[in-house]
Design a protein around this ligand. Structure first.
Ligand SMILES: Cc1ncc(COP(=O)(O)O)c(C=O)c1O
Length: 485
């Protein structure tokens, strides 16, 4: 039984015509995904992945991930001219896990990376440079050099970065497709921290600023190797119409540049990611097909075969396929309100705990055997294990009463949640397991990430340098602690 969240800021990205989103097939696959999740929780308890010794895990639905990848490909295939090159590059930041990147790679999805670590993950997953895109606002010379040497696509964020690329291109030719990221400044959505197209966003060249558009046109005119144009107008909380407006502005700029240069120098438009996720229920809405239709109506020229396309979806590919499941260690009451103290809190759901209004999560209740819990709903708090009062997954939520030994599951947490560990209280990173049917009516699990051990926590917290500060001396044997007084 799931305690659904009521009215929140994620609501307002909704479609103009709700019924567009509700095809029978979509709702059947949403229901099947919810059923698979229940089966997986039960199997995780039965198979001992989850229990008193391992009271919190992350579960990933392999079937669902494959379905989302297929839906993404089909949605753009349906609107693009035959033969149009389309690269769907998964935004690694959403779920930075090598096995996930490998799975997506097998499903025809590349990687959008935004740090040396993310690039290393994509490479460890075996993703080829031709299916990798580097976009970060703070690329160092070394990162740029590596990307250009590998032939990875790079979108320059700003004029200073383009200067650096100029230098590298002069010193060694590269087969990297290169572009500039622009900010079409079409406005933000309901979550300020995720609005990348506001007037003052830190990303890309702010197109409506004085002189900026002319600078961009000149930059392309002077560099025949600049062949791509990039914008990302997401993410969560942005209405589809605004995302489409951002893409339309970017397309309009590509058209202008090619016209003024007098040849189709820009051959690929990278439209970014940002499709919002519905955290309110199991329904997948909006769908990729909805977005592709909105885009084709708003920007028909983008799909007529003159431009290749790159997309960079993150959250919408993974969110609905991940579940954090945590054991209720204690059930108590405070001020007349029941409180379930679980092992999932700020360490696995950081955004929700610190900004619950913007990032509410649905909670599902399971009994001690991992079966959906039945019974009358009781308004209760679902707390995490961290030592601060605000460490709550849900406040005042109506759910079957959670009791000691039950399990609480935080739903839709496959992107930007349990893979983004926050080490408050030195709480361990939980193990993450992928699940799929075992072919004999049961569920098989595969380890995606081992749980972090206490020894690893000590090692990662300076365990090898225990006396580093107590033995620190200035040259000449002066005790630093005394000399800085
Ligand atoms: C450049 C870029 N592309 C893609 C994404 C992925 O966005 P989402 O996970 O909302 O699809 C982000 C998210 O921050 C981004 O900055």
């Amino acid at each position: 039984m799931t305690g659904d969240v009521v009215g929140n800021v994620n609501d307002d990205h909704g479609p103009d015509h709700e019924s567009d989103y509700d095809s029978d097939q979509d709702s059947r696959s949403d229901a099947a995904r919810a059923a698979r999740r229940d089966e997986a929780v039960r199997a995780a308890v039965e198979q001992g992945l989850l229990g008193s010794a391992t009271p919190v895990v992350g579960l990933l639905d392999v079937t669902g991930i494959k379905e989302s990848a297929a839906a993404l490909r089909a949605a753009f295939d349906a609107v693009t001219a035959p033969g149009t090159p389309v690269l769907h590059a998964f935004a690694v930041k959403a779920t930075p896990l090598v096995p996930v990147l490998r799975l997506l790679g097998e499903e025809g999805i590349g990687a959008e990376v935004a740090s040396p670590g993310e690039l290393a993950l994509a490479r460890a997953a075996g993703l080829p440079p031709g299916r990798t895109v580097l976009d970060s606002p703070a690329k160092t010379p070394a990162e740029l050099r590596e990307a250009l040497a590998l032939g990875i696509a790079v979108n320059a964020d700003n004029p200073q970065e383009l200067d650096r690329i100029d230098g590298l291109m002069r010193s060694a030719p590269s087969r990297s497709p290169l572009g500039i990221r622009v900010n079409p400044q079409v406005g933000g959505g309901s979550i300020e921290a995720l609005s990348t197209a506001t007037a003052t966003s830190k990303f890309g060249v702010a197109l409506r600023d004085e002189g900026a558009r002319e600078w961009v046109v000149r930059a392309y005119a002077e560099r025949p190797w600049l062949t791509r144009l990039h914008a990302h107008t997401g993410s969560q909380g942005i209405p589809l119409s605004l995302m489409a407006e951002g893409v339309a502005e970017t397309y309009g700029l590509a058209e202008e540049i090619n016209r003024r240069i007098g040849r189709p120098q820009i051959d690929t438009i990278d439209i970014g990611g940002g499709l919002p996720v519905n955290f309110m229920s199991d329904a997948t809405k909006p769908t990729y097909a909805d977005y592709a239709r909105v885009l084709r109506e708003a920007v028909p020229g983008l799909f007529d075969g003159r431009y290749g396309l790159v997309t960079e979806f993150g959250r919408s590919l993974l969110a609905k396929h991940g579940t954090v499941v945590a054991r209720v260690e204690y059930a108590k009451s405070a001020g007349g309100r029941p409180v379930a103290v679980t092992h999932a809190g700020v360490q696995v759901a950081t955004r929700t705990v610190y900004a619950p209004g913007a990032w509410p999560l649905r909670i599902a209740a399971y009994d001690g055997k991992g079966r959906p819990k039945e019974g009358p709903e009781v308004v209760q708090d679902v707390a995490g294990p961290a030592c601060f009062a605000g460490d709550l997954l849900a406040t005042g939520r109506a759910l079957p009463l959670l009791e000691q030994g039950d399990y609480a599951a935080a739903l839709d947490t496959g992107a930007y949640y349990f893979a983004h560990h926050y080490a408050y209280n030195s709480l361990a990173r939980p193990g993450i397991y992928g699940f799929a049917p075992d072919g004999a009516g049961g569920i098989a699990f595969a380890t995606v990430r081992e749980p972090q051990s206490v020894e690893e926590i000590v090692a990662e917290s300076g365990g090898a340098h225990a006396d580093a500060l107590t033995t620190l001396r200035a040259p000449g044997g002066v005790d630093v602690r005394r000399s800085i007084r």
